[in-house]
Design a protein around this ligand. Sequence first.
Ligand SMILES: [Zn+2]
Length: 398
Amino acid sequence: MRGRFAPSPTGDLHLGGARTALCAWLSARKSASSFVLRVEDLDRPRCSARAETSILSDIRFLGLDWDEGPDVGGPHAPYRQSERSARYAEVRDRLLDEGRAFYCFCSRAEVARAAGAPHGPGDDGPRYPGTCRTLSPAEIAERMKTRSPSVRLRVDPERIDWIDEAHGAQHEDVSQTVGDFVIARSDGVFAYQLAVVVDDADMRIEEVVRGDDLSSSTARQILLYRALGRGAPKFAHVPLVLGADGTRLSKRHGDIGLTALRARGRSAPSIIGALAASLGLCEPGDQIHPRDLLSRFSFSSLPRAATVLDPACVQGNCVAPMAPSGVSVKPLDAGAVQVTFTGSAGAIYQLQSSADFHGPWSDLAAVTADDKGVCVYVDADAANHPTRYYRALIPVAP
Ligand SMILES: [Zn+2]
């Protein structure tokens, strides 16, 4: 399964990104396949060459290698999205010519008003109501005089089914969730969905391994593969590493970048050991090289929930699971919930409804505790994604 890791150079590689890279590498190398490193730097203002250099250096430091990438080249170069715009434009124009995509002159505010809803699932705004689907060539020409259009893929009602290697059977009717979606913005920037599908198709990627936060993109991307006349790769969405407040790792959780860990003298085998232990692939405290994990790795045995990182442990240079006690759950206004517990070193942590969980925690489905940890199940945005539950797992230390 030819695989890839595709980081965005917007900052240092953190433990969550490193863990995703490890999973992607293990799956590709386990089948003796090649591994591609691609830099997703479409969001130019937030990306930097310094961050790209640092991320590549950190991945290599961990013992993960690649056969094709921006630094080593390869048959499908270039491997930076910022250098591939001509290719995205070609695909956009082809989809427009074939009638699979159309020009849209709506502003975000107009889409929101027409849809009658301020927010849709995820960060993609409300469902597009189809306003510009049937504009005539004359109407398009007239509107072009005063506004630059975005380009949307035409999405017809249909249930899309697929198997996620880590989560099992999934389905979504994109016409009911996001509707016709943007593939090129009105300012000329290509949408992530288009760029990633064109790249993975062109680079002959057979298996896409990435973080759970991108799971909601899958159905849209399958539609794009179809529109391009290409078969979709396999998808595996691996659990995220979250801060103790239940949100994605960022600077506010302390200096948890690989660069900082290296500067503090952490060795690659100890970091790989900690990441692998958090995935159940070795014992906490083991020091290990990625190649020694090859025979142990499978998506079906990975934890499905996010790992919550104990900041006290990060400061102490470990990625140890937390031993919670005194767990309590309190319903908040607007359907949110707050879970409070005491972590290691007596610190009190709170998990609370968060935009990082793709919508309101509309319903607390369950809280369970066993020898593996405390699981908080929340039914996120149940109206739009009835099959999706988000779960924060606070592992109990062995
Ligand atoms: Zn429109």
